[in-house]
Design a protein around this ligand. Structure first.
Ligand code: NAD
Ligand code: MG
Length: 393
């Protein structure tokens, strides 16, 4: 029996994880579930999965959840706040932690799981992008097992040899080919991008996801964050990571070897595949995803990304090349700009402009400690908010 904590249980990844877990009651028990504010959904999940502990964002949400659970006669212990998230991610009773909180809010508990030597199922790419070396050091020092949930990185992981030591040359790897659907605006006239609405940006052609990552997919910042994520997970420098647009999203990514071989992982675009892969690794379990029928798909297409259309992708490559805390600034500015776009305080094309200005204005340094990172994160957020405030006037 594997005991699991799911951070961000009410989100898109959290719900898909519980879907897979529910298919294998003989393998998995749920130790803790967390959510920020969707208390009723969390209460329903608690009734179904009977976790020992549940964590929410505020005291008020905790009181509400507590009342709902008592009314159902459940004994799940209710807690709230960041320390509680870290506690349920690192508790001795936990084997695996699904890190599926969105954004920087997930860093502390994900890092707590890594430091405690857990099997960390990483969906929360922002946590790795902002903390980079510190996060990888924590994994190394504790002996944690880090398994990527992001479909591209999970695919790459599957295409690399067992025991891959994060040195591409040592494994004969010449390139990592990160596929991207191109999002909803791949073919839309660039001049019209400034007038797109949050709902249009969130209408992804292939994946159903949370709103933040959906906007990131529309700007292709999602792919940019994934380039940085791939750098940390697989030890490849920026020049060895190539983004390939592949609108069908059937190939989830590829690894190119120096003998000319290219290995790919294919499947229907459904996050339950990488989730099931990581949950059961190194075994295989059913995920509920239909088998891929290539003859029905017929054609697979590929093209180069247009960095002019998607400046966020270029900004992410720049941040990776700059190194240090540059990715921390990039991530923080992006989170603020995306939120402002979702709240209709700025237009779509202002997202990349805000990020570029923040990257220009703030100096980045070496990654020394989590405290230093959080200070950079806060400075970038403040700078982004100031720019957005000025633009809104
Ligand atoms: P979502 O918005 O659907 O869910 C986010 C979850 O995080 C919710 O449970 C929410 O309660 C929780 N949360 C939000 N803010 C919080 C806060 N301040 N403190 C604590 N908890 C908070 O997002 P999602 O689409 O499930 O994405 C989750 C993560 O997985 C993101 O980092 C995303 O980039 C990554 N990811 C998602 C997909 C996908 O298909 N959805 C694919 C690859 C990677
Ligand atoms: Mg992805």
């Amino acid at each position: 029996m594997q005991s699991i904590t799911i951070l961000g249980a009410t989100g898109s990844i959290g719900v898909s994880t519980l879907d897979v877990v529910a298919r294998h009651p003989e393998r998995y028990t749920v130790y803790a579930l967390t959510a920020h504010s969707r208390v009723e959904e969390l209460a329903a999940q608690c009734a179904q999965f009977r976790p020992v502990r549940a964590v929410v964002g505020t005291a008020a949400a905790a009181a509400q959840l507590d009342a709902l659970l008592r009314a159902k006669g459940l004994r799940t212990e209710v807690e709230w706040g960041e320390q509680a998230l870290c506690d349920v991610a690192s508790a001795a009773a936990v084997d695996s932690v699904m890190a599926a909180i969105v954004g920087a809010a997930g860093l502390a508990p994900t890092l707590a799981a890594a430091r405690a030597g857990k099997k960390v199922l990483l969906a929360n790419k922002e946590a790795l992008v902002m903390s980079g070396q510190l996060f990888m050091d924590a994994v190394q020092d504790s002996g944690a097992v880090l398994l990527p949930i992001d479909s591209e990185h999970n695919a790459i992981f599957q295409c690399l040899p067992q025991g891959y030591g994060r040195v591409p040359a040592a494994a004969g790897v010449s390139k990592i080919l990160l596929t991207a659907s191109g999002g909803p605006f791949l073919k839309r006239a660039v001049e019209t991008l400034d007038s797109v609405t949050p709902d249009e940006a969130c209408k992804h052609p292939k994946w159903v996801m949370g709103r933040k990552i959906s906007v990131d997919s529309a700007t292709m910042m999602n792919k940019g964050l994934e380039v940085i994520e791939a750098h940390w997970l697989f030890g490849a420098p920026a020049d060895q990571i190539e983004v390939v647009i592949h609108p069908q999203s059937v190939i989830h990514s590829m690894v190119s070897y120096n003998d000319g071989s290219v290995l790919a992982e294919l499947g229907n675009p459904d996050m339950r595949t990488p989730i099931a892969h990581a949950l059961a690794y190194p075994e295989r379990i059913a995920s509920g995803v239909a088998q891929l029928d290539l003859t029905r798909i017929g054609t697979l297409q590929f093209e180069k990304p247009d960095f002019q259309r998607f400046p966020c992708l270029a900004l992410a490559f720049d941040a990776l090349r700059a190194g240090g805390t540059a990715p921390t600034l990039l991530n923080a500015a992006n989170e603020v700009a995306v939120q402002a776009f979702l709240e209709q305080r700025i237009g779509f094309r202002q997202i990349d402009r805000v990020i570029a200005r923040v990257m220009d204005e703030l100096s980045h340094g070496a990654v020394s400690s989590i405290e230093a990172l959080m200070a950079q994160d806060a400075a970038a957020r403040a700078a982004a908010e100031t720019l957005i405030g000025a633009q809104a006037k």
